[in-house]
Design a protein around this ligand. Structure first.
Ligand SMILES: O=P(O)(O)OC[C@H]1O[C@H](OP(=O)(O)OP(=O)(O)O)[C@H](O)[C@@H]1O
Ligand SMILES: NC(=O)CC[C@H](N)C(=O)O
Ligand code: SF4
Ligand SMILES: [Mg+2]
Length: 562
């Protein structure tokens, strides 16, 4: 039986080469607050693109993608047999929760592509496999996409020059569906359909992608990529509704799972978020009146846009370039809000405000709660695992009254998801990325704070480094989130459940595998308590296996693949 889902990916090495591209001068940051036009439903498309009837032939062609990926190339990986040796097991694959995609959009700015480029830089931590920008000059779309970091895809400022116009959308990819190495899967996608051109950039993952694609293919749709995102364009193209906003709403009603989206046409920018609101998406405004959308507020800050508000779960916003009017519409389906708590644990940058909560403060609170729940009596110092363990360690240190010390340094030349294809190279990679400072660690009892343990790769290497190289006396691991026991199906590419160390071992078993003197995780209650009354608005399925949207196609796959 054909595998139905793509969990995991071919290994990929994305060496960071730094942010070398010349940055344009940033515009003034002072922004007058949005005086957006009253919300109203979007008007009909211009007569030239009005649908001629439900039986009109549809023509959907991807204009700018070179290589076609057959369906059989959809990512799929067989698991290695679990070996008796933990070391063999844990290093057999280096899957861990890695960055998700970042999306950015701007309209009403003469420098749209350049602003978009800066926005993508700010969101680089969310995806490092590929990047792209599509701009609109008012009549046509212009695109550039490529594999690798933003600085590689746009390594010379001349590469932005063809991206003319006052509106643009951009994307940083970390794949959840569709081969990571295929240029065709790098977004934004651009499609030509009977009403003109339409581009899309997507953060999230669709759990009913396979059935939607099968249905569309059975009706004659021809796919050019192996990405789940492409079904959205086909659904819009084949919608029976008239105005584009209505077509988008109708298409989104078909989707299950996670999506934060930006769409671009010749004269409009759309932003949309799934009814659960799994992935973040915010709106901002520059002082020149340009409207921007971004996965995280850190991107708004970099481009000098003032935060206006979140795109609400289930909301579709459209900004018209002619008068910069802003109109919104809501999806019919109302669902409980289920924002990804892992954005706060690991993904988002600490200078972002995500789902209305500052990330640095959430992490600090996780660490402080961890210190109260699981102190480390007799310890001398607290050290963070850079980078995402930093604020939790600060919270732990201050709550416990222990000195905070930087006992590990991190190379800036090794990316967040540095992957090497075999065991030796992975060991070397961790050594390259993290190095102990002997003078700080020697003879000490050390509390090491990291944000999460997925496969245990990082923690086990860190314990070895601190004990053997740094010559610490004791190493106490404290993790500022609960044990991860379930895979994510909503845009975070965690490994399959069998590969998650806490799914196979209890806390004591994990401790032994890591070789630390003690180990404790933050409780789910304390994690949620950091959000007060809003705790119920968060998805925590990777800690609880309580999936807000059943991952039905994935489970079928898991059953038939064993
Ligand atoms: O148990 P594992 O499978 O090793 O995965 C967990 C580790 O992965 C992440 O770090 P990463 O190096 O990706 O990013 P960071 O530098 O931002 O912390 C996370 O912060 C943990 O350190
Ligand atoms: N991480 C993401 O948001 C991925 C977006 C999309 N599902 C892709 O695989 O390209
Ligand atoms: S399962 Fe975990 S990573 Fe996925 S959306 Fe829910 S909280 Fe986030
Ligand atoms: Mg880390």
């Amino acid at each position: 039986m054909k595998p139905l889902v793509r969990r995991g990916r071919p290994r990929q090495h994305t060496a960071s080469c730094g942010l070398r591209a010349a940055l344009p001068p940033l515009m003034a940051a002072a922004i007058s607050s949005s005086s957006a036009a009253a919300h109203r439903l979007f008007c009909s498309p211009p007569p030239s693109v009005r649908p001629s009837g439900p039986s009109s032939p549809l023509f959907l062609s991807f204009l700018l993608k070179a290589s076609l990926k057959p369906r059989s190339s959809l990512r799929h990986r067989s698991l290695p047999p679990l070996s008796a040796s933990y070391a063999d097991d844990v290093f057999a694959f280096d899957d861990k929760p890695r960055e998700e995609c970042g999306v950015f959009g701007i309209i009403g700015d003469p420098d749209a592509a350049r602003i978009c480029y800066l926005g993508l830089h700010a969101l680089q931590h969310r995806g490092q496999e590929g990047a792209g920008i599509v701009s609109s000059d008012g009549t046509a779309l212009h695109s550039r996409t490529g594999l690798g970091l933003v600085s590689k895809v746009f390594s010379r400022s001349s590469e932005l020059e063809p991206l003319v116009g006052s509106a643009a959308i951009g994307h940083n990819r970390y794949s959840t569906a569709g081969a990571a190495s295929a240029l065709a899967n790098v977004q934004p996608f651009v499609a030509g359909y009977r009403f003109g051109q339409l581009a899309v950039a997507h953060n999230g993952n669709l759990v009913n992608y396979d059935s939607l694609r099968c249905e569309l293919e059975s009706k004659g749709s021809v796919f050019n990529t192996s990405s789940d995102t492409e079904v959205i364009l086909h659904l819009i193209a084949t919608s029976s509704s008239g105005p584009l906003l209505a077509r988008i709403v109708e298409a989104l009603e078909e989707l299950e799972g996670a999506y934060s989206l930006v769409f671009l046409t010749a004269d409009k920018l759309f932003a949309a978020r799934d009814p659960h609101g799994f992935r973040p998406l915010v709106m901002g405004r520059r002082s020149n009146g340009a409207v921007a959308f971004a996965s995280e507020t850190c991107a708004l800050g970099l481009v000098g846009a003032e935060y206006v508000r979140e795109v609400n779960p289930g909301e579709v916003i459209v900004v018209d370039s002619h008068d910069m009017s802003i109109n919104t519409s809501c999806l019919l389906s109302k669902k409980p809000r289920k924002c990804c708590v892992f954005e706060h644990v690991y993904f988002a940058l600490p200078n972002s405000v995500v789902f209305g909560h500052p990330v640095h403060a959430a992490r600090y609170n996780f660490g402080a709660a961890l210190a109260r729940e699981s102190p480390a009596p007799g310890a001398d110092i607290v050290i963070p695992v850079p980078d995402s363990g930093f604020f939790a360690a600060l919270g732990f240190a201050e709550a416990s009254g222990l000195p905070f010390r930087q006992g590990l340094i991190r190379s800036h030349y090794v990316g967040r998801s540095f992957i090497e294809p075999n065991q030796e190279e992975r060991n070397l990679a961790v050594k390259l990325k993290l190095a102990p400072i002997d003078g700080i660690l020697e003879g000490k009892s050390v509390v090491v704070i990291d944000d999460s343990i997925v496969r245990g790769t990082t923690s086990s290497k860190i314990v070895q480094l601190i004990k053997n190289t740094g010559k610490a006396r004791e190493v106490h691991m404290r993790i500022a989130s609960p044990p991860i026991v379930g895979s994510c199906y909503y845009g975070v590419d965690t490994p399959r459940a069998e590969e998650l160390i806490s799914n196979r071992l209890d806390v004591e078993g994990v401790r032994q595998a890591l070789g630390s003197d003690s180990l404790a995780f933050l409780s789910l209650e304390s994690l949620k308590a950091a959000f007060g009354d809003e705790a119920c608005k968060f998805c925590d399925a990777c800690f609880t296996r309580k999936y807000p949207v059943p991952p039905r196609e994935h489970e079928i796959f898991n059953m038939v693949d064993k």
